[in-house]
Design a protein around this ligand. Structure first.
Ligand code: AMP
Length: 170
């Protein structure tokens, strides 16, 4: 089965005008999950990675699988107030206003080679904020990978200098 067949479009969720890309059928399928993971891994061949970052919350699923495959540590980037230890934060734009993302200050060491993972690359604001967090801690971004990229939103413009890979494109 093609990977896209495991992604379900939900019209007008969480609000009118949005087509939500539901990955729960993918997560519910061992074959789909395996296939998706192997595509992401294939594009990391010969890259040295020390840490994998997953972005709250749907980025956590595959980021932990990738960290396990690569035999490196997993680092969560979370919404404000969720991480218990000392954090730094970066803000990103929402449709109305802005929000913040946080990371533990000891999660990445200076010079660490970092893979950033999230489920969807849409406008790129979230990914850009995560890049800021990694670089504030002295990490080196090796790649940003996504389950899918919504190309019509042009998110990659915001994270242009980096290596970007998506397993599916819309
Ligand atoms: P953005 O900052 O606009 O690139 O949005 C990326 C974040 O929003 C990701 O963490 C996604 O989980 C979520 N997201 C944005 N658009 C969608 C969508 N159409 N379907 C599912 N998740 C989305």
């Amino acid at each position: 089965m093609a990977l896209k067949e495991y992604v379900r479009d939900i019209q007008d969720f969480p609000k009118k005008g949005i087509i939500f890309k539901d990955i729960t059928p993918l997560l519910n399928s061992p074959e789909g999950t395996k296939e998706c993971l192997s595509i992401l891994m294939e594009n990391l061949k010969n890259k040295k990675i020390d840490k994998v970052i997953g972005v709250e919350s749907r980025g956590f699923f595959f980021a932990t699988l990738l960290a396990h495959e690569l035999n490196v540590g997993f680092v969560p980037v979370r919404k404000p107030g969720k991480l218990p230890f000392t954090t730094i934060s970066a803000s990103y734009e929402l449709e109305y206003g802005s929000d913040n993302l946080e990371i533990h200050t000891d999660a990445i060491k200076k010079g660490d080679k970092v893979l950033i993972h999230d489920d969807v690359l849409a406008t790129g604001g979230t990914a850009k904020a995560v890049c800021e967090l990694v670089e504030k801690l002295g990490g080196e971004i090796v790649q940003l990978n996504f389950l899918m990229e919504l190309r019509f939103l042009n998110g990659r413009e915001k994270i242009k200098p980096y290596d970007i890979f998506a397993a599916m494109e819309y």
